[in-house]
Design a protein around this ligand. Structure first.
Ligand code: SAH
Ligand code: DHB
Ligand code: MG
Length: 225
């Protein structure tokens, strides 16, 4: 029994309220030719719940696409909260901004265009306040560099870091896989495993997005392992 997509439908029916703005965002993304690589609805709700569990008031997202995960996260914020989301492609950012406006969260969200490592360096130089939750979901080659960048002044003790796509249908355990996304993900695990400022785990997932997983980390002391 491996009807993962069927179980995702069941979870959606039972636990996720129908949401016109989120459905419209996926339709607009398809219409605009964006790749269908958004988090699934169940995963989006999970990110939303993580943000609420963390009491997040400031959220950083790296990798906006059409803003589907952005909307889920923004809906977890209080009315004076803030979400900064970083996107390389101007076309993706344009589609995302329209989706974010349609979802009614535009006042909370700042879409910044450019290569995320450069934007992060500028944010650090500008003295941007730390973020309570960081969701990393952009180019997988730079995962370790993104974690390093956010640890260098954009997080605080207690900040939560979530990274998407860290299992890649099991490819992550193949030390000779030549895919740069796999090599980058393995470098991310090496980096986080050796970083004493982070307490981390990764959880495998199946569902509409096949077999993949999330890496979860908390910044700072007090860890159990
Ligand atoms: N988080 C989105 C999906 C993001 S897909 C969701 O779940 O709805 C990955 C996105 O990262 C793409 O839009 C891609 O253009 C962007 N990206 C790739 N390389 C990047 C870089 N160097 N800096 C910023 N964004 C990048
Ligand atoms: C891809 C990227 C993602 O962030 C994702 O969740 C699934 C697929 C990709 O680049 O193929
Ligand atoms: Mg992803």
């Amino acid at each position: 029994m491996t009807d993962w997509a069927g179980v995702d439908d069941y979870i959606g029916d039972k636990l996720l309220a129908a949401d016109a703005a989120l459905s419209a965002a996926l339709a607009a993304n398809a219409q605009a030719g964006l790749p269908p690589i958004d988090v699934s609805p169940a995963q989006g709700k999970m990110l939303h719940l993580f943000a609420r569990m963390a009491g997040a008031r400031r959220i950083l997202e790296i990798g906006t696409l059409g803003g589907y995960s952005t909307i889920w996260l923004a809906r977890a914020l209080p009315s004076d909260g803030h979400l900064v989301t970083l996107e390389l492609e101007p076309h993706h950012a344009d589609v995302a901004r329209e989706n974010i406006v349609r979802a009614g969260v535009n006042a909370l969200v700042d879409v910044r265009i450019g290569p995320a490592l450069s934007t992060l360096a500028k944010m650090r130089a500008d003295g941007e306040a730390p973020f309570d939750l960081v969701f990393i979901d952009a180019d997988k080659e730079n995962g370790a560099a993104y974690v390093g960048a956010v640890l260098a002044g954009l997080t605080r003790s207690g900040s939560v870091i979530v990274v998407d796509n860290v299992v890649r249908e099991g490819a992550v355990i193949d030390p000779v896989d030549p895919d740069p996304r796999v090599i980058g993900t393995r470098a991310l695990f090496d980096y986080i495993g050796a970083e004493p400022r982070l307490s981390a785990t990764a959880v495998q997932t199946v569902g509409a997005k096949k077999w993949d997983g999330f890496l979860l980390a908390v910044v700072g002391g007090g860890e159990a392992a």
